[in-house]
Design a protein around this ligand. Sequence first.
Ligand code: ADP
Ligand code: ZN
Length: 716
Amino acid sequence: MDTPSPTLNSPQSILKQYFGYDRFRPLQADVIEAVMNKKDCLVLMPTGGGKSVCFQVPALAQEGTCVVISPLIALMKDQVGGLKVNGIEAEFLNSSLSAKETAAVEQKCANGSLKLLYISPEKIFSESFQWLMGKMNVSMFAIDEAHCISFWGHDFRTEYTKLALLKENYPDVPIIALTATADNLTRKDIIRQLRLNDPEIFIASFDRPNISLDVLPANKRMQRIIDFLGRHQNEPGIIYSLSRKSTEQMAMDLKAAGFSALAYHAGMDTESRTRVQDAFRNDDVPIICATIAFGMGIDKSNVRWVIHHNMPKNIESYYQEIGRSGRDGAPAEALLFYSLNDISVQRSFLVDLPEEQRELQEAKLDRLVQYIETPFCRRKILLNYFNEDYSGNCSNCDNCRNPRNKFEATVLAQKALSAIARTEEQVSVSALSEILYGSKTQHIIEKGFDKIKTFGTGKEVKPDNWKLYILQMLNLGVMDIAYDENHHLKLNAKSKRILFEGEQVFLVEIQQSFKARTPGTRNIVADQDENVDDKLFEKLRRLRKKIADVESLPPYLIFNDNTLWAMVHEKPDNEEAMLDIQGIGVNKFDMYGKLFLDEIKNFFHRKSLPYNPSEKGSTQQYTYDLLMLGKSPESIARERNISLTTIYSHIASMYEKGNPMEIEKLLSAKEQKEIFEVLKRLGVKSALKEIFEALDQKYDYGKIRIGIAMYARSER
Ligand code: ADP
Ligand code: ZN
């Protein structure tokens, strides 16, 4: 078949047809409008924010080829694979292709059949490609990971600096630069270096509301991780630890506890690392125990959780690492463990830095510790850190779900301070905790600390909790810690005011238990229903995996988790209902829609759940009743929270059953004429999709159904 000539469809219908989504996310539509008006654009959106749609939709709406420059060669294959399953003509060019494959792609470039070409920055300036590009009709350049051009960013690439030439050589081709790195310096640098021409700048919120945030003290960490994993069977996730050795140990321990887990760190050879990444990407192994080396080259959208076994070095790293979860927008969880020991370790990494840098990094570490200690909404603290105003409360962090009380702790502080004084400021946090609780450990006895007056005066608090309270006290400046003197605790001016002048101290209760988040994905009506939903999800997940293996694609590119959950909730039982599901474009529907429909039907058949045919009638009746009240299909769709396509189908079917209505109001004379002409040619019994295509994809499926109903009646 010939490649269809470029369709000049509206962005909205392209979004539905190719990507299966009804609505743009905030900012996407604005960016697309600017790009289509040939403006240069800079787009800042968090990971998972939906940057790709911002250039993919205009690429499809315009003539010519959109050239996408990306430094992440390892991801291009999947990105292009994802476009192809959506029925989009796309290819990539980079050093991983053989000469033969390269020639085939170049051929497609030359004949203009590609809507998108992904290319590495090295390749784009090769002589052969420059020659080829001179002959191509380039609609726009999209520069992904645009921060790589900046020295200030965390990921500078020399090859990216050459991209300045694009504007020089192709002054009329608009450039859209995209990144998830928000800071001001990098932003200005991108604009300057790419020579963007009076660009429109779009800055999305960096909030990731679907990621729940939890912070827990590190005691009983392994048991807590095992409990957590027990609640997340088969859900892919990453456990970050500090050392290579601990990633390996963790993977071993988890295997011993019956989980499927692999380790990943920079000390492994390339081949093993690729193997682990692939196993994770393809849902063969759900759990990866990794150092922070893991994640850069991962685009997997269905990572459902991230655990920090050890505390990261600052809020930027933390946010980047947890941001690898929940890219598909479905609920995800971030769980951070912290301990005093981790803080000391992180601090020890900084000692050799030049003073100015060290102070900056220490200040960043302090901000992370404040985040950990805060009794307030954690999302608020995070977003404020990135200079975004957020009023809170998010109700999706531990502090919002389970508010912690402040209490007056002056006496606790006085006990601690007095013990520091009596040990002549020669104790660490853990020794102090033991003294206060009254533990006769060898170290305590050797030092004679069991003889001091304050020994055992804090029996009411367990040593682990003493440590956490002391950490809070340190944050409040109740005492100091001398990192260069064996981490011994020291009294300061505030300590003296608390001891002798009755200055009050307030602490926050310690979060001891992990309260699971309120379910978000699962539309629970009753426990039993949850069970049914979970089981159906599991079936669909397995089907997805089977298809993915056959197609040699990662499962999340077949359908993402959100789309599978939408199937579980909507339980579509016919093709139209299936097409209504968010994330099912026309091409995916053709390729996999039937398989998933059958799986869903099968599931309920085998479970022999009562099927209630009257329900089908009643939902249509309800739409009809609202229509008779004078409401428009659009407002009914909004009111019922059902897609417009479905509402139109309800109306069409009520009309077919002979219910009176002013149907002419729903199709303009012109629309009616165009649809009728096609129906005359193809016949009313043709597949909806064929009619849709014959109409140049101009009309929503629902409208076509209305047309068919009218046509059928006029024929009678
Ligand atoms: P980014 O590149 O910003 O990290 P992606 O472009 O990969 O994000 O998009 C993240 C996820 O969001 C993908 O699964 C994508 O299909 C989905 N998505 C994008 N736009 C929309 C939309 N308008 N409605 C629903 N889902 C969307
Ligand atoms: Zn919150």
